[in-house]
Design a protein around this ligand. Sequence first.
Ligand SMILES: [Zn+2]
Ligand SMILES: [Zn+2]
Length: 436
Amino acid sequence: MFYLIDNTLSCCPNGIRGLYKEYTYFAAGAAAAEISPGIGAIVDNKWFFEESQLMKDQLISWRRDFHQHPEIGMNLPRTSGIVADVLQELGYKVQTGIGQSGVVGMLQGAHEGPCVLARFDMDALPIVEQTGAPYASVVEGAMHACGHDGHTAIGLGTASILCKLQDRLKGTVKLVFQPGEEGFDGALAMIRDGVLEAPEPVKCLAMHLWNSEPVGWIGLTEGAVMAGAEKIRIEVQGRGGHGSAPELALDPVLAGSQIVVAIQTVVSRSVDPLEAAVVSITSMHAGTTFNVIPPNMVMEGTIRTFNPDIRKVVLQRLKTVVNSTAEAMGCQAELEIEKISTPVINQPDLTIEMQQLVKELLPASIMDTGCRVMGSEDMAEFQDRIPGVYIFVGSNSTEKGLVGAHHNPQFDFDEDVLPLGAGLMTAAIARMLGSA
Ligand SMILES: [Zn+2]
Ligand SMILES: [Zn+2]
């Protein structure tokens, strides 16, 4: 028997209180606890949250330890060391040094089946913490301000609960603890080091704590959920000359200016108005003085899109408009496009399956099936290669004053989300294995 409910819940909003009622219901083992068809073959729904709730103190202790000792980028010796030790103790087959500090834990179920990958990111940010929490960072200039300390703890909780299912699991679970999510291409580094091989996962899964929403809110949207980004550079080549004799020059400043205006038609005229896309020119450089027409002009900017088909349209139109406009002005243009990140795309069937799972497991949760964010996330590298799903898990608490935004020095989340996350991830993995 366990209790999730405490005094603070008396003032919770209905949705959250409802969610916790559900836990109580499970805990009480009351009649008619629904057995979900997919997981039913393994255990009934209540089991996942009973197990994760029993681990709550351990989850908080892991989280606070990681929070106090944040590590940034690809080199996370302390964090990855702890993760590898815990996985080893649990009996996982552990690989370290995959993408520098990346750790992979593999658990083979007793029955034949596919391989499913679940990814948890571990890195912190170069931010000076201002939460004043008793477990605040002791590392100057480093802070877990995105919740990856929570992800790592949830990953270890998931690993612990999955172990208990080993005799009944079909297939292999690959738990991937990734460094360098915050702009260090950690996912690519792990992929280059073979994380998607031997065995090859057929599905993948990740979650992110989401502090603009309360505990009990789950964001599960089909299709693109985080944007892809490109950096663009345009060099316009003209012919320099005297500022007083434009007829003898080919003016790249005028051509460049026309290009800036013309490419604003790419989104407004070539993209479906119901889709989202951004093309921004953010820097322009040309010339050195007032009476010389310079020979060239350089511009930089960015493109953001969710939908790969829209991205293709934007890039194609951009090339045409840039080249043709330059040519019309008697100049030549060179367009360089550098991919910064791929959009995170939730595979439709898998997303529907996970939405169904959330309805079964947490019927009182607030499920948002339309949330999308313009930020980017390198889980996209996994989901670009294998079908996957990315789940946002609400983590704030207005009552407890834990509402700081991600990447803010005041960021902190409600630790009640830790058992919720671990139970949900474990159930999701079991479902993905069982239904493959
Ligand atoms: Zn972040
Ligand atoms: Zn993050």
